[in-house]
Design a protein around this ligand. Structure first.
Ligand SMILES: Cc1cc2nc3c(=O)[nH]c(=O)nc-3n(C[C@H](O)[C@H](O)[C@H](O)COP(=O)(O)OP(=O)(O)OC[C@H]3O[C@@H](n4cnc5c(N)ncnc54)[C@H](O)[C@@H]3O)c2cc1C
Length: 300
């Protein structure tokens, strides 16, 4: 069945990989093979791939840079559509408005804002992943979130129409957006920033990056904070209170540097990470009555 997708990909010159190990495509560095992984370079290629999959009832998985996902060790049957560097144009629409394709990395987007002395994305400097992933997740850090700057997203809906959501229709909440409940593909973002002072913006970005380097176990593969912040608490503090810093299952470990991060310490499998997530959730619930919810998305 996938031959038909390969044929389309070949015809339109779309990069694709067969039996691609998802451990090569996720920041956790775990996950079995995707039957087919395609990297469309433009909207037409993206629509052509989605169309052939829809017509042939082939399951699709949309990913950005894989920095917030955990993929089953058994891999993924169907087509993974990866929207990263191939799909990454960034441009100014007017003095303070930036357009960005969803595959652009947040680092590139933040650097673009800095180069144009535009303030508003300082919080995001250092968040791994793509702009599309950040919009989907309403990524946030250090008191800022995408909600503060995102005014519009263009997408392809389930009927393959190109359309958009703006303003409140984006339903941006804590690590979620309108897209969390839809099977749409975000293709571009429009962001409203503010003219600022280059040196001040740079200083804030550098400070935020330093804080990350100091506090987070960036030397190990992970997907950032494993759990959402429960209202009124910090997941890391609850996990630490339960004495779980350093707890291991197989090669997965609750980071000793930051208990909110589960890391791939030593060739962990996804199954190790899932078991450790359950162990942590159970212990925190038993000890504190707080039920932790994962921020990381599981693909199987
Ligand atoms: C070291 C580290 C630090 C991190 N720090 C932070 C932080 O400070 N704040 C924070 O919020 N997150 C953080 N994260 C998590 C992660 O970087 C963000 O959630 C990021 O926005 C995910 O982007 P991505 O492109 O990698 O998305 P992916 O992980 O590829 O996908 C995440 C979800 O978005 C969906 N998706 C992605 N792109 C699209 C698209 N174009 N259309 C439709 N759906 C799409 C996927 O289906 C999936 O459900 C961190 C991760 C790491 C590894």
């Amino acid at each position: 069945m996938l031959n038909i997708v390969k044929k389309t990909a070949l015809e339109i010159g779309c990069e694709f990989y067969e039996n691609e190990l998802m451990s090569n495509r996720t920041s956790f560095k775990t996950g079995g093979p995707a039957e087919l992984l395609v990297c469309p370079g433009n909207i037409d290629a993206l629509i052509a791939v989605l169309k052939v999959c829809k017509e042939n009832k082939i399951r699709t998985f949309i990913i950005g840079n894989g920095s917030n996902i955990l993929v089953s060790d058994n891999g993924l049957s169907g087509v993974v559509v990866m929207l990263s560097s191939n799909f990454s144009e960034i441009k100014l629409l007017d003095e303070e408005t930036v357009y960005c394709q969803s595959g652009a990395s947040m680092t590139k987007l933040c650097r673009f804002a800095l180069e144009h002395s535009l303030s508003g994305l300082e919080f995001a400097f250092g968040i791994p992943g793509t702009a599309g992933g950040a919009a989907y997740m309403n990524a946030g850090a250090y008191g800022g979130e995408m909600k503060d700057v995102l005014v519009k997203c263009e997408h392809i809906d389930e009927d393959l129409n190109v359309s958009s959501f703006s303003g409140d229709d984006l339903k941006l909440g804590y690590r979620k957006s309108v897209y969390s409940d839809l099977n749409f593909v975000i293709t571009s973002l429009t962001l409203k920033l503010k003219k600022g002072d280059y040196a001040e913006i740079k200083k804030k970005m550098d400070e935020n990056l330093s804080k990350r380097r100091e506090k987070q176990p960036l030397e190990y593969p992970s997907a950032g904070s494993t759990f959402k912040r429960p209202e009124g608490y910090f997941a890391g503090a609850l996990i630490q209170e339960c004495g779980l810093k350093g707890a291991c299952v197989g090669g997965a470990q609750v980071s000793e540097k930051h208990a909110g991060f589960i890391i791939n310490k030593n060739n962990a499998s996804t199954s190790d990470i899932l078991k450790l997530i359950e162990l942590v959730r159970d212990a925190v619930y038993k000890n504190t009555g707080v039920l932790l919810e994962t921020e990381v998305k599981y693909f199987e």
